[in-house]
Design a protein around this ligand. Structure first.
Ligand SMILES: Cc1cc2nc3c(=O)[nH]c(=O)nc-3n(C[C@H](O)[C@H](O)[C@H](O)COP(=O)(O)O)c2cc1C
Length: 222
């Protein structure tokens, strides 16, 4: 029996999981999570998120195709990734990477270890379910903002259900095999994926805990 939690507890306990058990999430639980997230706000209520959710064989085929693409070609995402991260964001990005690699026991000099850690993205960290999320290519930043509201709604509803998750921009790096596997039409640009399942606590990467800046770095009470 899942113990439900209030929204503050979900906000404070959610974190990205990077190692999952293989057991699938019951279909009614998946439905509840995505039905709840369907209530996310969006500008003029356009609800621009377009989602393909895999289970079982479709997850296996998708991650095999992504691993093959990542082993043989360079990323070519539908929406360009950020280039340089200016200060102070560059330091936060480095700290985030360092926290993950430290948890995994991968050193700075260990290029092969880092590459192997990165490749784990393409098997969605062994999650039994992957949500591939896109928007109509004619949209711009405001539709992406709507999808961000939807994303956090999914993550919080999943947390409340005892389900772990990891949003993954890495899953948008190779749109061609994703489109071929899932039949995603060309007019939908792929934004990111979400790994969903039950976290495996024995996976070292799951010991990674990120921190946050003090509130005053981001917000002024006026
Ligand atoms: C849009 C988005 C894309 C992300 N892409 C990846 C990714 O490709 N691989 C990954 O391991 N984590 C990814 N993350 C997870 C972030 O690294 C993580 O949210 C951040 O470090 C804070 O940690 P927490 O989620 O555990 O609180 C992504 C998060 C977001 C919101």
């Amino acid at each position: 029996m899942v113990r439900r939690m209030d929204v503050y507890e979900a906000l404070l306990t959610r974190r990205s999981a990077r190692g999952f058990r293989s057991d699938p999430i019951p279909q009614d639980t998946l439905r509840r999570i995505f039905e709840a997230a369907q209530r996310a706000p969006s500008w003029c209520n356009i609800q621009p998120w377009r989602v393909w959710l895999t289970s079982g064989e479709s997850t296996a085929k998708l991650t095999a195709a992504l691993t093959e693409a990542a082993s043989t070609s360079l990323p070519s995402p539908d929406f360009p990734w950020p280039g340089e991260y200016p200060a102070p964001y560059d330091a936060r990005r480095r700290e985030c990477g360092a926290a993950l690699y430290t948890a995994m026991g991968v050193t700075r000099e260990d290029r092969a270890g880092r590459q192997a850690a990165w490749m784990r993205n393409y098997v969605a960290f062994d999650a039994p379910h992957v949500a591939i999320v896109g928007i109509d290519r004619r949209f711009d930043i405001y539709a992406a903002l709507d999808v961000g509201c939807w994303l956090q709604s999914v993550l919080l509803a999943a947390t409340a259900e005892g389900i772990s998750s990891c949003p993954q921009a890495a899953l948008a790096s190779y749109p061609a095999p994703i489109r071929a596997q899932l039949g995603i039409p060309d007019e939908i640009g792929i934004l990111f994926g979400i790994a969903l399942g039950y976290a495996d606590p024995s996976v070292a990467a799951n010991a990674c805990v990120t921190d946050r800046q003090p509130l005053e770095d981001n917000l002024r009470f006026v």
